[in-house]
Design a protein around this ligand. Structure first.
Ligand SMILES: Cc1cc2nc3c(=O)[nH]c(=O)nc-3n(C[C@H](O)[C@H](O)[C@H](O)COP(=O)(O)OP(=O)(O)OC[C@H]3O[C@@H](n4cnc5c(N)ncnc54)[C@H](O)[C@@H]3O)c2cc1C
Length: 348
């Protein structure tokens, strides 16, 4: 049993501890000790460290000989479409095809409402920080909100970052493709709505601005030509103390995203479809609603701080959602900008 928890919660990994204990009480034979992952620190590192000892224990228990090789297996099969019926191609929908064009309630996480931005103004009078007051129009959506609820926004990745990734990998981003699960019985046929273009996948579906996790760093090794760069990636994806320290410095503290990694390792050129499989899904961002439903039943107001900072490698990292929202300013003579949103009830 390996539990996924967070030490900041009172009942840290309670279910994993309970399942482990009960199985033992009911007579199960222990093959390996309970593992606990702490998302407040580095949950992936916890898992990898545990897994490195788990498999040898399993092999010994069942009398299996390990080949010692780490074989990476692709979960999804790539199809690039030459003939495309554009009406069947996803263009950023969360789930249902054309759901952003043909809006139908009820609106929720799978079916966000395209809200017009009525107001987007700066709250700071001076200084270099930016804090936006944004008003979303929810009239006609049948969405209601209560004090304390959150509004979730589906952002888009920065166009320049998307183009840079395509340029670094020499890929035509308008190619339409599908990733299909090789496990036919899996309930998850595709990692995100397919078919879509690489541009759509990189803009709407994949988090290209995050610091890649160690398992992604590991997958990059086979795509790297320079032996020195290969060693660098190998060390960072290893579970040695030196490797963990290097990963923490080079990826986390230096705040490198996948584009920065490819820029700094010029012989590392992974297949874009493999990156699309490996990188996490781009997540909606939540904002505390700062308006009262009694006063503003048809608008949702939020206060959002613009994220922008310099990294130790001299780059400027821009927050995905806040940078995207900052550019969405309504103008008198044009249609207001729209943003896919849904409301999440407060848990408190
Ligand atoms: C329930 C809930 C309510 C929230 N309410 C609000 C709200 O009312 N207003 C609001 O502004 N936000 C709120 N947030 C946060 C919001 O959801 C986003 O996380 C935030 O706007 C940043 O999103 P982004 O996409 O712009 O930045 P991202 O692209 O997600 O980047 C943010 C990440 O950048 C890194 N980072 C940021 N600054 C630095 C720095 N100086 N140095 C190094 N790394 C840095 C951090 O890793 C951070 O996690 C809320 C979050 C939750 C979960």
């Amino acid at each position: 049993v390996f539990g996924l928890g967070n030490k900041t919660y009172e009942h840290y990994n309670e279910v994993a501890k309970y399942v482990d204990k009960r199985m033992e009480e009911l007579g199960a034979t222990r093959v390996f000790e309970l593992g606990l992952g702490d998302d407040d620190a580095n949950i992936e590192e916890d898992f990898i460290t545990w897994k490195d000892r788990f498999w040898p224990a399993v092999c010994e228990f069942f009398g299996i000989e390990s080949t010692g090789e780490d074989v990476s297996v692709r979960q999804y099969k790539l199809t690039e479409h030459e003939e495309v019926n554009h009406d069947r191609v996803y263009t950023g929908e969360v789930a249902r095809l054309h759901s952003l064009k043909n809006q139908r309630p009820p609106f929720d996480a799978k079916n966000p409402f395209l809200a017009k931005i009525k107001v987007n103004r700066e709250l700071h009078k001076s200084g270099d920080r930016s804090c936006m007051h944004i008003e979303f129009d929810i009239e006609g959506s049948k969405m209601r909100y209560e004090t304390g609820d959150h509004v979730a926004v589906y952002p888009q990745n920065n166009k320049a970052l998307v183009n840079r990734l395509g340029e670094l990998l020499g890929v035509n981003l308008d190619t339409v493709f599908t990733l299909t699960n090789t496990d036919e019985e899996s309930s998850k046929k595709h990692p995100f709505p397919c078919p879509c273009s690489y541009r759509t996948a990189l803009t709407y579906y994949i988090d290209i601005a995050c610091n890649p996790r160690t398992h992604i760093i590991k997958e990059l090794i086979d795509y790297t030509k320079d032996p020195k760069d290969q060693e660098h990636l190998k060390l960072m994806s290893s579970t040695s103390t030196e490797g963990k320290q290097l990963f923490s410095k080079w990826v986390t503290q230096d705040n490198r995203n996948i584009v920065h990694i490819l820029e700094d390792l010029p012989t590392c050129r992974p297949a874009l479809d493999h990156l699309c499989e490996l990188l996490p899904r781009l997540q909606p961002r939540y904002y505390s609603i700062s308006s009262s439903p009694k006063v503003y039943p048809n608008t949702v107001h939020v206060t959002a701080v613009l994220v922008e900072y310099e990294t130790p490698t001299g780059r400027t990292n821009k927050g995905v959602a806040t940078t995207w929202l900052a550019a969405k300013k309504p103008k008198d003579d044009t249609e207001p900008p729209v943003v896919p949103i849904f409301i999440r009830r407060s848990q408190f």
